[in-house]
Design a protein around this ligand. Structure first.
Ligand code: NAD
Length: 314
């Protein structure tokens, strides 16, 4: 059934996600601080708003897809933010798909639950207060375009059930992870493990080359041995080992080192808040910072393979 959906943050991911909502027949009101992208959405039939509050006033459900925690805080609690209408909102369901700090996500969920619903609220989620779900995604720009994203959901369980059919227009796996912040926690943990496994594969393949075993042969060994993982068999970091991966196109068109660096910072902040030890996380973050400084910010994160060569000449 078509719904009045608001979408804020029409970047690399959000623009595809919002387009898939339009394709599914939903009525969309959008906002992004980038005027040019809003023009594109006006041409596709979306209503353009001037700020997040206008989006909320026109919608029963609002989805945000912003770079990180400060942007989400601004869009929710800033001037003309979603919650700026003297603490009353029309949408009973708010979904944040940005990758943000789980702790900050929990604080925001509490703030949202203190708000009231306006008289014109449709109450798609039953209850007297609005519900915020954290719903970060994996699957990258390709998954966003093909509507095959995985959503990791934290928050109110009934809110999750209401959100699920809507999220199906943008993703193929919708996983409930538990209470508020648990989706964000799942996402930062995934990306922490991903960064470490990618660096592990890169380090071992670089060593192999220096010991005289070519990366192709060694990757084949890994892929039928105990070192096999996504970083070795699906997203190999060595140029030429696999076709159709960023490593084989100069590390272009993938998941940027800069975004992964941001996510590692989130994992470490979350670990500090929880008193958890993440020694490998700290080390891998330093490696990615070095890589970004060396000009890799916008290159795919598998370019960590080159760390082992640029590292040598330092
Ligand atoms: P992006 O930078 O391409 O898009 C962000 C959009 O938000 C931009 O259009 C920007 O103009 C807009 N924006 C920023 N601040 C705003 C504000 N205050 N008000 C209105 N609009 C504002 O980022 P992206 O690649 O689309 O990623 C979005 C989120 O998804 C990030 O948290 C990222 O970590 C996560 N993510 C990205 C990928 C990926 O492969 N790109 C994969 C999984 C998850």
């Amino acid at each position: 059934e078509p719904q009045d959906v608001g979408f804020i943050g029409l970047g690399n991911m959000g623009s595809h996600m919002a387009t898939n909502l339009l394709k599914a027949g939903h009525r969309l009101t959008v906002y992004d601080r980038n005027e040019a992208v809003m023009q594109t959405f006006a041409e596709r039939g979306a209503t353009v708003a001037h700020n997040p509050r206008e989006v909320a006033d026109a919608s029963d459900v609002v989805i945000t897809m912003l770079p990180s925690s400060p942007h989400v805080e601004e869009v929710y609690t800033g001037k003309n933010g979603i919650l700026s209408n003297v603490g009353s909102v029309r949408p009973s369901l708010l979904i944040d798909s940005s990758t943000i700090d789980p702790h900050k996500s929990r604080l925001l969920a509490t703030k949202v639950a203190k708000c009231k619903l306006l008289p014109n609220s449709k109450k798609v989620v039953v209850g007297e207060v609005p519900v915020l779900l954290d719903a970060p995604v994996s699957g990258g720009v390709v998954g966003a375009q093909a509507a095959t994203l995985t959503f990791m959901i934290g928050g109110h369980q009934e809110g999750f059930q209401v959100a699920e059919p809507l999220l199906r227009a943008m993703g193929s796996r919708i996983v409930y992870c538990g209470g508020p912040g648990n989706g964000a926690a799942a996402k930062v943990c995934n990306n922490l493990a991903l960064a470490i496994s990618m660096a592990g594969v890169a380090e071992a393949l670089a060593l192999g080359q220096q010991l005289g075993i070519d990366a192709h042969t060694l990757s084949n060994i890994f892929n039928s041995s105990s070192a096999r993982c996504w970083s070795s068999d699906t997203y190999n970091p060595v140029p030429g080992v696999m076709a159709n991966v960023p490593a084989s196109r100069d590390y272009k068109g993938g998941f940027s080192s800069q975004l992964l660096t941001k996510d590692l910072g989130l994992a470490i902040a979350a670990a500090e808040e929880a008193g958890a030890a993440v020694p490998l996380g700290g080390q891998i973050l330093e490696m990615y910072k070095t890589l970004c400084k060396a000009g890799h910010s916008t290159l795919d994160f598998s370019s960590i393979f080159q760390y082992y060569y640029s590292g040598k000449s330092e």
